[in-house]
Design a protein around this ligand. Structure first.
Ligand code: NAD
Ligand code: GLY
Length: 362
């Protein structure tokens, strides 16, 4: 196991990465008070991993309140959030009761938001069970639910007490979900680490075959980059926006097709190719760079063609993005492969981009 630290002005927490960590109660104990925790999971993950976690906690005399939610992005809602509050109140949980998020990014984001709100702030721990959650959503304290008018629109910045990323939990992860996680890993290479991008080109086949050492290196590199960025800019006033590479386009795809039709990571992958193409249209990247991004996405098993939402719908959906400032949509673009920046795009770029060669004609 290796442990990274995320340091912020008023808090600091460990990110443990390794194997055989699910029953390592010693990593949880420092964050548990009064021998009681609530473990929040979903109907897919709980049958796989709740029993060993619960047994390990109970062996240390800690009582476990299981809260099992329905599975899916469609359930990242107020109604589902209320199920967590209902259970916490029925079980007389106190402000000091630690919530443990056992699941992917949907569970992690919802449990984090529930913890931020419950009695004005309860402690919580992230045990991410998807690759995407291990490299991105469990780290950095962005918590949220969706609103029918936009993704992750209701939420809070609220940091976990610890993150425990166990590579063994990825054994059961379906191939399509693994590829979705690879999109966020590729994102780190594209936005700020050209050397890591080259490493990924060599190692994507091993990542897709779930080689644990290679996975662990990718998770460590991604979490280290994220921890560094978040420690500079917790509330996204500056550099943290770069972590949204591909997301302005990606969120429009998710909302435009209906949440859950494309996976978040798939939409981000196709969105990163649109960001690369926009950067080529601006003269930053060459054609070879764009083809390289496309090939890396293909190696990861990700889609490269975005759906044809129509220019007006694209613009309407992207106008809800959280980076919109003074009504202006701002995009994460590439100066080179490995260097990103944020800027608006002129209509003379958006029009050809959103009707162009990376849009699937219907
Ligand atoms: P997810 O949580 O929906 O998990 C994907 C699917 O895999 C689900 O069906 C889940 O039940 C299943 N699953 C989870 N772990 C499994 C395992 N080990 N074995 C088998 N099946 C398993 O999706 P995700 O891709 O993990 O997360 C996407 C969400 O994360 C989105 O809502 C997105 O907005 C959010 N997100 C948040 C941040 C952040 O910074 N907070 C960053 C990126 C993404
Ligand atoms: N996933 C983007 C961020 O955490 O800022």
């Amino acid at each position: 196991m290796i442990t990274l630290d995320l340091t912020l002005p008023d808090t600091r927490y460990p990110i443990h990465i390794g194997q055989q960590l699910l029953d390592r109660v010693d990593l949880l104990l420092p964050h548990i008070k009064h021998n009681k925790v609530a473990v929040v999971s979903n109907t897919t993950v709980a049958p796989l991993y709740l029993t060993p976690l619960r047994a390990a906690l109970e062996a240390q005399g800690i009582s476990v309140i299981p809260i099992i939610l329905p599975d899916g992005e469609d359930f990242k809602t107020w109604e589902t959030l209320n199920l967590i509050f209902d259970a916490l109140l029925q079980q007389r949980c106190e402000r000091s009761t630690t919530l443990i998020a056992l699941g992917g990014g949907v569970i992690g984001d919802m449990v984090g938001f529930a913890a931020a709100c419950y009695q004005r702030g309860a402690p919580f721990i992230q045990i991410p069970t998807t690759l995407l959650a291990q490299v991105d959503s469990s780290v950095g304290g962005k918590t949220a639910i969706n609103h029918p008018l936009g993704k992750n629109m209701i939420g809070a910045f609220y940091q976990p007490k610890a993150v425990i990323a166990d590579m063994d939990l990825l054994d059961s992860l379906p191939e399509r979900e693994l590829s979705a996680g690879l999109a966020e890993i590729i994102k780190y290479g594209l936005l700020g680490n050209a050397e890591f991008l080259s490493w990924l080109e060599q190692n994507l086949p091993a990542l897709r075959s779930k080689d644990k050492n290679v996975l662990s290196h990718a998770v460590q590199t991604s979490c280290a980059m994220k921890a560094d960025i978040v420690s500079q800019d917790e509330k996204e006033h500056g550099v943290r926006a770069l972590l949204n590479l591909g997301h302005t386009f990606g969120h429009a795809i998710e909302a435009g097709l209906g949440f859950g039709t494309w996976l978040h990571g798939e939409a981000v992958g196709a969105g990163m190719l649109l960001a690369a193409e926009a950067s080529r249209l601006l003269g930053n990247l060459g054609e070879a760079d764009v083809q390289r991004v496309k090939r890396i996405l293909e190696l990861a098993g990700l889609p490269t063609m975005s759906p044809d939402l129509g220019v007006d719908t694209w613009l309407e959906l992207m106008s809800h993005d959280k980076k919109v400032s003074g009504g202006e949509i701002r995009f994460v673009l590439l100066r080179s492969l490995g260097q990103a920046y944020v800027a608006p795009l002129a209509a003379s770029v958006l029009q050809p981009l959103l009707t162009g060669r990376f849009i699937e004609k219907t």
